[in-house]
Design a protein around this ligand. Structure first.
Ligand code: CTP
Ligand code: MG
Length: 234
């Protein structure tokens, strides 16, 4: 039976958050933002090991006490210039720290999606099942889509039929994901699925009905705080 592993790329700087501190360490509900995703994966019996990919220059991770997760957490200071590079570097390094085989599942999850829960994790793993390719959490686009011209005026309205917003986790077999990202780190790959798609494969879109947005702008952090507070005190 293939095993399930999580890899959390957290080597970005969060430039759109406009804060000195990389966004994965900004406080959210009394913890650094990355803690929330780490906690969901580490507490899940479905997940064998959790790999965190940090920038080689990271000084923040060690400021916190991660002992509660003990040996389930492996920290790799191997982040690259892009998200795709960070993920690939982590994937290549992971088997030196823990036995990972070609057919094992890798769930790649952004450190900046702190609202990811155990239920979402179960839903994704069940929906993907033993799919030969893999899949990702996603939501159908709700808003009307406008394409702009160079002056930020509307050039045209785009149909939103069959359009989805990709989230994470995105789960693929270890070797397929390594092969896909090895081919694609120099192209415009902002998620793992697009590297798989470039191989001519079709990842499964798994409709997520719960909050799991990426914290990108300052107002996203405020909303995430409210949602966590409400979940804790329904
Ligand atoms: N990431 C990474 N290595 C990079 C760039 C991004 O590991 N070179 C990680 C981020 O830390 C984050 C995830 O990929 O957990 C999603 O990326 P994004 O939301 O774009 O984060 P940043 O790149 O940090 O933010 P920004 O694009 O606003 O600078
Ligand atoms: Mg980025």
């Amino acid at each position: 039976m293939p095993k399930y592993f999580a890899i959390i790329p957290a080597a970005g700087f969060g430039s759109r958050m406009e804060n000195q501190l990389p966004k994965q360490y900004l406080p959210l509900s009394g913890k650094p933002m990355i803690y929330h995703a780490v906690d969901t994966f580490c507490r899940s019996a479905l997940i064998h090991q959790v790999f965190i990919v940090l920038s080689p220059q990271d000084t923040q991770w060690q400021q916190y006490d991660w002992n509660v997760y003990d040996e389930k957490l492996t920290v790799l200071y191997q982040g690259g210039a892009t998200r795709a590079e960070s993920v690939l570097n982590g994937l290549i390094e992971a088997p030196n720290n823990y036995p990972v085989t070609a057919q094992d599942w890798i769930l790649v999850h952004d450190a900046a999606r702190p609202l990811f829960t155990q239920n979402q994790l179960k839903h994704l793993i069940e929906a993907v099942g033993d799919d030969p390719v893999g899949g990702l959490l996603a939501i159908p686009i709700a808003d009307t889509l406008k394409r702009s011209n160079s002056d930020n005026c509307v050039a045209q309205t785009e149909s939103r039929d069959n359009l989805w917003q990709a989230q994470t986790p995105q789960m693929f077999r270890y070797q397929m994901l390594v092969d896909a990202l090895s081919n694609n780190t120099h192209q415009n790959v902002t998620d793992d699925a697009s590297a798989i798609e470039a191989l001519g494969l079709h990842p499964k879109l798994v409709h997520n009905r719960d909050y799991n947005f990426k914290v990108t702008y300052p107002q996203d952090l405020e909303l995430a705080e409210i949602i966590i507070k409400t979940r804790n005190n329904p």
